[in-house]
Each structure stands twice: as structure tokens, then as C-alpha cells.
Design a protein around this ligand. Sequence first.
Ligand SMILES: Nc1ncnc2c1ncn2[C@@H]1O[C@H](COP(=O)(O)OP(=O)(O)OP(=O)(O)O)[C@@H](O)[C@H]1O
Ligand SMILES: [Mg+2]
Length: 262
Amino acid sequence: MNSNTNLNLEDGNLNKANSLIISIISNKGGVGKTSIAICCGIYFAHRQNKKTLVVELDSSPGDFGPLFDINNDNSLDIAIKFPDRFKNYVKNIYKNLDVLKGFSNPINAESIKEIEIQTLFHLMSEFYDVIIIDTQTVLNGTIIDALKISDNIILVSESTIESLSRISELISILNNKFLIDKNKFQLIVNKKRFFDLFKVKDISKILDFPVKGFISFDKKFNKNLIIFNQNSFIRSKLNIEVGNLINNFISSGVINEFAGKA
Ligand SMILES: Nc1ncnc2c1ncn2[C@@H]1O[C@H](COP(=O)(O)OP(=O)(O)OP(=O)(O)O)[C@@H](O)[C@H]1O
Ligand SMILES: [Mg+2]
């Protein structure tokens, strides 16, 4: 634990943050986790006018460095070391949307203690209304710690039987081994093409976990627009569909906007 932090770690309050925390996970690479995390960030910052942070828990390596032009001196490594100075290490990318780049070195991610993650998120959640966590395909201790303090976990699958059944296994591991509440999970299918809808409906009958939403394949989508042409990113089909999906989750009570607020 870092001496710069004046929090009382004995008070037991560090487990629960004040902001709404949503993690985006999948056990398949390239499924759209980062794109969806950024669209969620835009949804809360732009449509809901909330102070929002997207944190990258991906050191495989992640995308945020090249995508947002952030160097290794401003990353999760340093924010974990000096948690009460986290504001110095985040980058504002759009109105009230900030991002925090992931660990510059995957070895660093392995040595982080649960209390360090809790402390950083606790401090960040006093400042942000919403924190979105983008993760890497291979889970590690840090991601598990972050999932434990997340209010909602969005699992992203492709519309193949292999991808959906692997996601189903992931849910049972997270639930049985790491005791993460099954009610936190929302399974969605990304990159859906027209005929996939019928296929997924069939597949989901044999899964014990319902598919809660679909995002279409958007052949024009380009993540880089978030930097080079934000209006075009906001107008993209993918961004609009992710926004509508999150909006539905909120109106149906699946996501509680005020989670964590006293
Ligand atoms: N709905 C979609 N339609 C079309 N392309 C998409 C869609 N979602 C994501 N993509 C594209 O798929 C690629 C992978 O997306 P992304 O980087 O968001 O996935 P990821 O799961 O974060 O990958 P990684 O496992 O490498 O972290 C990108 O080129 C992105 O533009
Ligand atoms: Mg990614």
C-alpha cells in the first residue's frame, strides 16, 4: 500500500465504489471489447452527461497508448503507485470523457494487490459518475479484482456456437471459482450479421445463459475515429447500437445508474 494514500484501509468501505462500474470482458480476442468500452464511455459522457472514465486493464499490449497517443509515463502502473494523484495520469478525449491507459508491462499487472486496485478505484469513484473497464482476453488477478468491484459485467461473444459456449464456461468459472455474482453478467453478441439472429436463437436454447442483446456488424466502423473525427464516431452504427443497448439495460433496470451512490 502506498504511503501517499490517507485512506483508512480498515474501514471496509473500499470494497464498494461510489460510481457505477461496468466491465467489458470476453475470452475471445478481437471480439470488440475495446470498441464497445469506448462506445459505453461515449454513451454516459455524451448522452447522459456524466463524468466518465474508461480504464484499460489490458497489457497484452492494449490499444490506448497508440489510439489516444498516451505514453508509458501516464498509465495504470503509475496511477496504482500514486493513487491520490490519478488525475495527473488520465487523458481527456472528449467533453467529460477521460481515459486511463493500461499497464505498460504485463509483469506489473501480476504483482498488483487487490487492496491497491480497490484503493485506486475508490479514489477514482469519488470523482467520476461512471467507470468503464476494458479488459484483455486472458484474465489475471487484477481483472478478477476489478470484476469483484464492478456493478455490471458485459460479456461479449461472437455469434458462433464455439464462442457462446466458451463464454458460458467463463461465466461458470467466474461464478464458481471467484464467487462473482451471476446477476452481474449480461451476455451480448457483437458483429451480428443478418442471418445470425436465427442461429443465435437456436444456440442460446442449449446454453443456460440468455443472450441479452445484439450489436450488428458495422463494416464502416473504425476505432481511430474517436481521435480523428469524433462526430463521425458518435454517428457510427456501432456507437448508436451500443448506446441504445445500454439505454435499454438502464430502462429495464438491468443496469442501475445510481449503483453505489449513497
Ligand atoms: N460491430 C462491429 N462491426 C464491425 N467491426 C467491429 C465491430 N466491433 C468491433 N469491430 C472491429 O473489430 C476489431 C477488433 O475490435 P476491438 O479492438 O474493439 O476488439 P477487442 O476485443 O478489444 O480486441 P483485443 O482482444 O485485441 O483487445 C477492430 O478492427 C474493430 O474496429
Ligand atoms: Mg481490446
